[in-house]
Design a protein around this ligand. Structure first.
Ligand code: C2O
Ligand code: CU
Ligand code: CU
Length: 565
């Protein structure tokens, strides 16, 4: 593809100039196992003391020492920890919970502190995470916020990080001024209260994470992200036991520190050598009866094509915004783009057996330093799953003695198609993703490929994010049709704040595929060359963000503001 070739060449040239004597080929080869650049001057970047400089990470001049390291790049690269440096095989951890300090029914009141926390995950090495809650023990993710429809939620956020931060309630219909927009930062040492009331019908699987201007990726990859479950009064699946799988990505240096982003991380979105499930590598799950799983993809950039293997079909019963109308049964895989969630029914089966929950190969067309792009990652086991149906084995009872699989109610709920009132037409909006590489910026003296590389642009409607610009304006209560077109060469997950939308259809290679079922979502993957059409409505005036949920792209400016009037 012409654009991809051009991009690859632009990057090759820029990297060659940035790393001096180090050839592109060897720079690329090194990336396979290590970071490409010498970050030794930044080894304390994950420590509080070193973070003062991070604040200006978009300001290349602020990255002292970087150019000199780049010039002498023969010792390039932070050595990364080996992919098996973290222990595996422990039972799936129970998530920490954010305690409700209120005894009034209908109120959830709590304090959420973001702070550096030192933990030992790798034997003999300390890692400094940034976490919500004291987190001296328990998963290095979370805590879980469990609330109910119609609850009033009042969360005091205390920022003990060395950077400004916000808390964004991903997917929840909270007022714009309570949604942790980048324009509402909480300064280091400060606090604020986020307050909102959850409407009826909002039951579902959400999450929260920081959203400060240009600092979201770094805060999330240091550990700041947690799950939210909103419960319904009348949940048709309430009888099933629930299991939560909160998936995050971790990239550790050999010394145990959280490795900084290198240029490939900025370009493609960061993928570490570890995927954690509830804060641990490859845990063990025992399924003794049919279960409802809630799964979050809280990775910065990793796509998760989830599978239990072809012999272990499961049902999907929910998306980002809660239950489907009808279960989608018999699935053997489900793609969760960064930011997406799903509710699944995993059946215990009739006989003991075991398998792995796997992220199967998915080619999201990552870019490379040379022509052709990077190959997709190989499949990866995320967790080991053992099926031990309660009544199996024992006396050798036959199949007739087994309990019937839990029947799924139909419908699970009623979802109406989101449409303008009869006789009206929905206003149309267009969102176009594109990419642009600015050779001049890349070659400017002193430009480096560290942190946010100058000249690497991911655009929405031809622009990078500018806090002072309103990209689109919508009227509160008005159902609109948006088309999201991906003119780049890689996948990007589109995310819109403040509401849940429905997919109408997807068009690619001249073929239009109507979405086969109704579902509420706040994030949808858009493949290269694809246009996804959605129906959406905002119900509260104010400013909302929409962006690519590869957090590095968001920080690089692949984000825009929707004003709701
Ligand atoms: Cu989870 Cu603006 O994002
Ligand atoms: Cu969001
Ligand atoms: Cu993107």
């Amino acid at each position: 593809m012409i654009r991809r070739e051009f991009l690859a060449r632009a990057l090759s040239a820029a990297v060659a100039s940035a790393v001096g004597s180090l050839g592109v080929r060897s720079a690329f080869a090194q990336h396979a196992g290590h970071d490409m650049h010498d970050m030794s001057g930044m080894s304390d970047m994950s420590d509080m003391e070193g973070m003062g400089d991070m604040h200006g990470m978009h300001d290349m001049a602020g990255m002292r020492g970087m150019t000199s390291h780049a010039a002498g790049a023969s010792d390039a690269g932070v050595a990364l920890a080996s992919p098996d440096a973290l222990p595996s095989g422990a039972p799936l951890a129970t998530l920490r919970r954010l305690a409700n300090e209120s005894s009034d029914p209908g109120t959830f009141r709590a304090t959420l502190v973001a702070q550096p926390v030192r933990r030992q995950l790798m034997p003999g090495k300390q890692t400094q995470f940034w976490l919500y809650g004291d987190a001296a023990q328990g998963p290095v993710a979370g805590p879980l916020i469990e609330v109910h429809e119609e609850d009033t939620v009042e969360i005091r956020f205390v920022n003990r990080l060395p950077q400004p931060s916000t808390v964004h309630w991903h997917g929840l219909p909270v007022p714009p001024d309570q949604d942790g927009n980048p324009s509402d930062p909480v300064a280091p040492g400060e606090s604020r209260v986020y307050r909102f009331t959850l409407p009826r019908g909002s039951a579902g699987t959400y999450w929260y994470h920081p959203h400060p201007h240009m600092l979201s990726a770094g805060q999330v990859y240091r550990g700041l992200a947690g799950p939210i479950v909103v419960r319904a009064a009348d949940d048709p699946l309430a009888a099933l036991p629930e299991r939560y799988l909160f998936l995050t990505d971790l990239k550790l240096a050999a010394d145990g520190s959280i490795a900084p982003n290198d240029m490939m991380d900025w370009m493609n979105g960061r993928e570490g050598q570890f995927v954690l499930v509830n804060g641990a590598r490859r845990p063990r799950i025992v399924v003794a009866r049919d279960e409802r799983w809630r799964v979050w993809n809280a990775c910065n950039a990793r796509y998760l094509r989830l599978s239990l293997g072809v012999n272990y079909p499961f049902a999907q019963v929910g998306t980002d915004g809660g239950l489907l109308g009808d279960a989608r049964d018999g699935l053997t895989e489900l793609l969760l783009a960064p930011g997406e969630r799903a509710e699944l029914i995993v059946r215990a089966g009739q006989w003991p057996s075991q398998t792995a929950l796997t992220a199967a190969v998915y080619d999201r067309r990552k870019m490379a330093m040379g022509p052709g792009g990077l190959p997709p990652d190989p499949a990866r086991a995320l967790a080991d799953v053992r099926f031990a149906p309660a009544s199996a084995g024992g006396s050798g009872a036959g199949a007739a003695a087994q309990p019937a699989p839990h029947p799924l109610p139909s419908p699970l709920r009623t979802i109406e198609a989101l449409a303008p009132p009869a006789g009206a037409t929905a206003p149309q909006k267009s969102v176009v993703f594109s990419e642009e590489m600015d050779m001049a910026a890349m070659h400017r003296p002193g430009a480096t490929m560290h942190e946010m590389p100058a000249g690497m642009k991911f655009l929405i409607n031809g622009e990078t994010f500018d806090a002072s610009r309103i990209a689109l304006t919508s009227r509160s209560g008005e159902v609109e049709h948006w088309s999201i077109e991906n003119r780049t060469d890689m996948d990007h997950p589109f995310h819109l704040h403040g509401t849940q939308f429905q997919i109408i259809d997807r068009q690619r290679n001249g073929k239009r595929t109507p979405e086969p079922y109704l579902a509420w979502r706040d994030t949808v993957n858009v493949q290269p060359g694809e246009t996804v059409r959605i129906a959406t409505v905002q119900r509260m005036p104010g400013e909302r963000m929409f962006h690519c949920h590869i957090l590095e792209h968001e920080d690089l400016g692949m984000m825009a503001t929707l004003k709701v009037v």
